[in-house]
Design a protein around this ligand. Structure first.
Ligand code: PLP
Length: 418
């Protein structure tokens, strides 16, 4: 692995090697993570890195764009076909900058955005006070029903009619249920707002047609490519044809600089892979595993927000167990299970403590884990929750986690031998 770096910078090499070992020996359950195929690693390191280009195929600001033009055109075509989108922009660098592209395309300073609140499951880039967009735009927020844990569409509609936002955003970081895109699209149309779905978390499930797509109902759809799409750390934005020029101008020169051709090539490969039966089979299992995980947790008296899941993640309210999200994130990490603390809707705790955990099944499903292994994971988790400060307990749990995951290689044997 990294045979050149290994010789020229052993200090840095050891860090990469260290993380590879961490990934091999840990059970990865952060809902936004996946393991990229070897082709994605290969293309990320390809010579496209050397090429500096601005603008779009056929209208670049620099020479030497022949092959880059072919690749970007192919990537756009693949995304259009995969998602049934009218127009695609492949240039944005991540899910966050994909959202910034849309803002740069349709909003002026001071415009109003209606989005899901961060503590209800939304994302920082949807207008959290901690994000720069909160200084540029006015935000109003919707959330979830306290009883059901599902989006309160009636309240959203009422806020939309009262506040008359210019943009309504749906899509979330931590929401386990299907979203009624048709209803949100109609609310936006009724109040004269643009509609946008940030499907960062679920774009792999949507590509595989395992859950419904927002594309037919939204003016704009943004996504990150590194979550369930299982690709490089990048972004994609799609829109209706009538907004194509606005989106392309908003993206470049509006929001980004030169094209990252190497990551675009990796995205291009993944868009092809995401249309295969093999990818679909993985995505079907991701959801099945998440639903099994929810049931297994509930069987041990864990409160699963919204009562279950329709996608790749569950959100667990830990309050009846007498532990906090941060405490469990640390203890589970020591026990070889990687998850993240999570605000639950109406969380009484601060964001850096939290009452909950978000747990995802994408990465473990890619490695081949199924329901039987999830039962063992839940058993380990429960042992950690019961005794989170006991180092001997955590060590014993870690041995169980490592023994379990050892049967499921991260990459095929010999993948990094050179
Ligand atoms: C809904 C949503 N949008 C955007 C992002 C950011 O994506 P990226 O990390 O690719 O910038 C996330 C990340 O978790 C997310 O959950």
């Amino acid at each position: 692995m990294l045979k050149h770096t290994r010789n020229s910078d052993p200090e840095l090499y050891r860090m990469v090697e260290g993380d590879l070992n961490r990934q091999i020996h840990n059970i990865e359950m952060i809902a936004s993570e996946s393991t990229v195929p070897l082709e994605v690693l290969e293309l990320n390191g390809s010579v496209f890195t050397n090429k500096s280009l601005e603008g779009y195929p056929g209208g670049r600001y620099q020479a030497g764009s022949e092959f880059a033009d072919q690749m970007e055109t192919l990537a756009c075509q693949r995304a259009k076909e995969l998602y049934g989108a009218e127009h695609v922009n492949m240039q944005t660098y991540s899910g966050t900058t994909a959202n910034y592209s849309v803002y740069a395309s349709v909003l002026d300073i001071g415009d109003k955005i209606l989005a899901m609140d961060l503590d209800q499951g939304g994302h920082l880039s949807h207008g959290s006070p901690a994000n720069w967009t909160s200084k540029m735009y006015n935000h109003v927020f919707y959330g979830c029903d306290k009883e059901t844990g599902e989006i309160d569409y009636e309240a959203m509609e009422e806020i939309a009619h009262r506040e008359k936002p210019k943009l309504i955003i749906c899509g979330a970081s931590s929401y386990p249920r299907l979203i009624d895109y048709e209803r949100i699209g109609k609310i936006a149309a009724d109040v004269g707002a643009y509609s946008m779905c940030d499907m960062a978390h679920i774009s792999g499930l949507v590509a595989a047609k395992v859950i419904p797509s927002p594309v037919p109902y939204m003016d704009f759809v943004s996504t990150s490519t590194s979550k369930t799409l299982c690709s490089t750390r990048g972004g994609i934005v799609m829109c209706k044809e009538k907004y194509a020029k606005m989106l392309d101008r908003g993206t470049f020169p509006g929001a980004i600089g030169s094209v990252q051709l190497h990551t675009m090539a990796a995205k291009c490969w993944s868009l092809k892979y995401a249309s295969t039966p093999e990818f679909r089979e993985i995505m079907v299992k991701v959801v099945k595993n998440a639903q099994h995980l929810a049931k297994a947790m509930q069987a041990r008296d864990y409160t699963v927000i919204s009562g279950g899941t329709d996608n790749h993640l569950i959100v667990v309210d830990l309050r009846n167990k007498g532990v906090k999200g941060k405490q469990m994130q640390i203890a589970l990490d020591k026990a070889g299970i990687t998850v993240n603390k999570q605000m639950i809707p109406y969380d009484p705790e601060k964001p850096w403590i939290t009452s909950g955990l978000r747990i995802g099944t994408t990465a473990i499903t890619q490695r081949g884990l199924g329901e039987q292994e999830i039962d063992e994971i839940v058993d380990i988790m429960d042992a950690v929750v019961k005794n989170p400060e006991d180092e001997a307990n955590l060590k014993e749990c870690r041995a169980r986690s490592e023994a379990l995951i050892a049967n499921f290689p991260l990459y095929p044997a010999g993948a990094f031998e050179d």
